[in-house]
Design a protein around this ligand. Sequence first.
Ligand code: ATP
Ligand code: MG
Length: 119
Amino acid sequence: MGKIIMCGSFKGGVGKSVTTFNLAYSLAEIGKKVLAVDFDSQANLTTCFGVEDVEALPVTIGHLMMAEIEEEALPETVDYIHSRNGVDFIPSSMVLSAVDSKLRLEMGAEGMLSTTGCG
Ligand SMILES: Nc1ncnc2c1ncn2[C@@H]1O[C@H](COP(=O)(O)OP(=O)(O)OP(=O)(O)O)[C@@H](O)[C@H]1O
Ligand SMILES: [Mg+2]
């Protein structure tokens, strides 16, 4: 069974993205299979993984969350799980900020990640 590690804080600029990136590669280094998920619409983690044009990505975590909210079929994993030097990741983009606004109006939004296949 996989473990989920969340790196988050309301405070900005405290090293969340850098910690996530370094932790992902450190865990991969000791033989763990890692999927890093960028849940920030600033997409700094996505940029760390070498994606240059974040807004050109056809499927990001924002698209997946939106599909879950709208109860649409999710794309194939090959369309949104990227891989760089032995670490898999799901990118983010500004689309996630639209999801954030939409989730505020949804009942039970706080349980969405635990009850769906998203994330
Ligand atoms: N251990 C560290 N030592 C020195 N500088 C660090 C360290 N960790 C992070 N930084 C630097 O601090 C800055 C903020 O880091 P980072 O972007 O990871 O923070 P964040 O919490 O993700 O920010 P945001 O709230 O904007 O998403 C970056 O310039 C990063 O290079
Ligand atoms: Mg960050």
